[in-house]
Ligand binder design. Structure first.
Ligand code: GLC
Length: 433
């Protein structure tokens, strides 16, 4: 398939998954709105030059916003469905801050919306419409980031913590093995998973992980998803990917504030603090990589995961750090680079990690969104050849196996659900990032 055919096929996937107000990540597997998926879908619509539709996607995500500023990771448009855990498990109606008319989850997801909104604003040929959109969404986006700072930095380190692995978007990454091991599961009610209906179980999280996912929801729910639930959470991690995307979004907020004549001082403070925290807290000089910070253990998590490269996308690495990460890990066949065993870039976890599993969801397979963000980060630091290689590998995977959710880095086989929205949307919108 040539690139034009791929684009046509991608546009068809988006149209098929379009539910009018939002684009389902997959109508069967994920039938509602997911937060960072909505950001990527909007880029796909923009690449098709349908800015109205792209704006609608952002609005649909913002519609779920809580009164404290939180943007939930799922907005249950179209509920009820067979999805688990559904609105009946989350029970956002128990939380005084939740919107009264729309069921949502009670946790967030990587903060991509502000930088996506900024990209849409920059590319919309109708300048009047673009500026009206910016004016419309800026207050909600700023409120979200205020919440990320006020509520999600209980240790006061200049970063935002996640209190559930789902907030990272990388549900069962080996990053969470150690912090999750502290989550108690006694007294968990019996439950029925729905995620292994369309996808073989060996490609999905293990039951033991699911128990902990559910236990964390029940913990947060018992605190009505408020601040006390965050402070008492048995799981509290300051993740590199999450905070790199937060930084990138706050750069976008800063640019928006300047255009709209809004004050910029608060946002400048955020940017300064995260720049410092990436250096003092997340950079591990011995390993030469950005690592997640475990807020409960007070230590870095020694797992080399692809999310670490997103520090480059946010411009948070020094040129020397970027070079070390590339030489020691990305170009190293024992870590991420192709060798006799793997053929494609970029596996989600270093192959040297004991938790590496090339077919199981976020424990090894390749994801299109991470590839796109990593490639752009590399280009930002001058590694154009490597960025081009990642782009070529991604196209090859899609041409070979279709718009899958993730891919086996050894064979290129498509894994998870097919016709997955962000794989199609980012093939279309790759250059926009
Ligand atoms: C899974 C993924 C998450 C994504 C969601 C919807 O939970 O891990 O990143 O947002 O599905 O596609």
């Amino acid at each position: 398939m040539n690139i034009e055919d791929l684009r046509k096929a991608a546009a068809e996937v988006l149209r098929r998954n379009d539910r009018g107000t939002f684009t389902a990540p997959s109508p069967r597997q994920y039938p509602h709105l997911w937060l960072w998926d909505a950001g990527f879908a909007a880029l796909g619509w923009a690449a098709l030059e349908d800015f109205e539709r792209a704006y609608r996607e952002i609005r649909a995500a913002l519609q779920g916003q809580w009164r404290n500023g939180m943007l939930p990771h799922v907005v249950f448009y179209g509920w009820p469905s067979a999805y688990f855990p559904g609105a009946d498990v989350w029970r956002s109606d128990l939380a005084p801050e939740a919107p009264g008319d729309l069921p949502t989850s009670g946790i967030t997801q990587p903060p991509v919306l502000a930088f996506v909104a900024w990209i849409l604003f920059q590319h919309d040929p109708d300048r009047q419409r673009a500026e009206a959109f910016l004016r419309e969404v800026f207050p909600a986006l700023r409120a979200y980031h205020r919440w990320l700072h006020a509520v999600r930095d209980p240790d006061g380190i200049g970063l935002s913590c996640i209190v559930h692995p789902w907030e990272s978007g990388m549900d069962n990454s080996p990053l969470w093995d150690l912090p999750l091991s502290r989550v108690p599961t006694e007294g968990l009610p019996p439950y029925q998973r729905a995620d292994a209906h369309w996808v073989p179980e060996e490609q999905r999280p293990r039951r033991a992980d699911y128990d902990r996912f559910l236990a964390l929801i029940l913990h947060l729910r018992s605190h009505q998803y408020g601040e006390s639930g965050v402070r008492h959470s048995p799981f509290r991690v300051y993740d590199v990917l999450f905070n790199a995307l937060r930084h990138r979004s706050e750069e976008a907020l800063h640019a928006m504030a300047r255009i709209l004549g809004e004050p910029t001082g608060e946002i400048e403070g955020w940017l300064e603090r995260s720049r410092a925290a990436f250096q003092t807290r997340l950079w591990d000089p011995a390993r030469g990589f950005f690592l997640d910070w475990d807020g409960i253990a007070g230590d870095r998590i020694p797992v080399i995961a692809a999310g670490g490269f997103l520090a480059l996308y946010a411009g948070l690495a020094t040129p020397e750090q970027a070079r070390e990460m590339v030489d020691r890990y990305l170009r190293n066949p024992e870590a991420f680079a192709p060798d006799g065993g793997t053929r494609y870039l970029v596996p989600t976890v270093s192959k040297a990690d004991p938790g590496w599993e090339p077919r199981r969801y976020w424990r090894g397979p390749i994801w299109v969104n991470l590839n796109a963000l990593i490639a752009h980060g590399l280009a930002r630091y001058g590694f154009h050849e490597l960025a081009g290689e990642i782009r070529r590998h991604t196209l090859e995977l899609i041409a070979r196996s279709g718009f899958h959710e993730y891919y086996d880095p050894r064979t290129g086989e498509g894994l998870g659900i097919g016709d997955f929205t962000w794989s199609a949307a980012l093939l279309l919108g790759w250059e926009l990032l």
